[in-house]
Design a protein around this ligand. Structure first.
Ligand SMILES: Nc1ncnc2c1ncn2[C@@H]1O[C@H](COP(=O)(O)OP(=O)(O)OP(=O)(O)O)[C@@H](O)[C@H]1O
Ligand SMILES: [Mg+2]
Length: 166
């Protein structure tokens, strides 16, 4: 069985059929793209696979188990999650607290989540931003934080020069 298998998935919004009888397989290690014009149903399909929308009919299997009717957090705990075109994070939380939100998928312990979040920030060389409120840091640093760009050392240095918290 492939890592991800979709069998005859259909999603209707009332009288509008966004996805009709979609079937495909994705093997581990595959890198697959999905193309289609605006309104073709790409996001709807991803939302059904990730458990954000209930499918109208059809079946989804991930890693050998049926996940068709699971909630998004249950799908995520099994190892599949979707990202969004427009990122969403809380400006009311610090950088490390925002990372902790994701860590709570795997633990109920605040201490464990914080340790893991600190490790992740270190791995991405962002530990110096850890205690800043997200709303405090400039857009360039946020882009690095979200992983949308590689760290720009010039901007980073400028940010450090311009931010005095001592
Ligand atoms: N929550 C919803 N309720 C009702 N209709 C929806 C909903 N979400 C999407 N649709 C409709 O389903 C169809 C597919 O939309 P979808 O957003 O999946 O397309 P898309 O391929 O992701 O488009 P784009 O390229 O613009 O992102 C569209 O006609 C859209 O209006
Ligand atoms: Mg879309």
């Amino acid at each position: 069985m492939a890592l991800l298998e979709v069998h005859g998935l259909t999603k209707k919004f009332g009288g509008l059929t966004a996805n009709e009888d979609i079937s495909f397989k994705v093997n581990g290690g595959d890198l697959i793209g999905m193309l289609g014009p605006n309104g073709a149903g790409k996001s709807t399909l991803f939302n059904c696979l990730a458990g954000l929308y209930p499918a109208t009919s059809g079946h989804v299997f991930f890693d050998g188990h049926e996940i068709t009717d699971l909630k998004s957090y249950e799908v995520a705990r099994r190892g599949m999650a979707r990202t969004f075109q427009v990122y969403a994070a809380s400006g009311d939380l610090s950088v490390v607290e925002n990372v902790m939100v994701g860590c709570f998928m795997r633990t109920g312990s605040g201490f464990t989540a914080k340790d893991r979040a600190k490790d992740i920030l270190k791995e991405f060389k962002l530990q110096h931003l850890s205690d800043y409120m997200l709303s405090e840091i400039p857009v360039a640093a946020k882009a690095c934080y979200y992983g949308y760009c590689r760290r720009n050392r010039a901007e980073d240095a400028a940010f450090r020069r311009g931010s005095s918290r001592s």
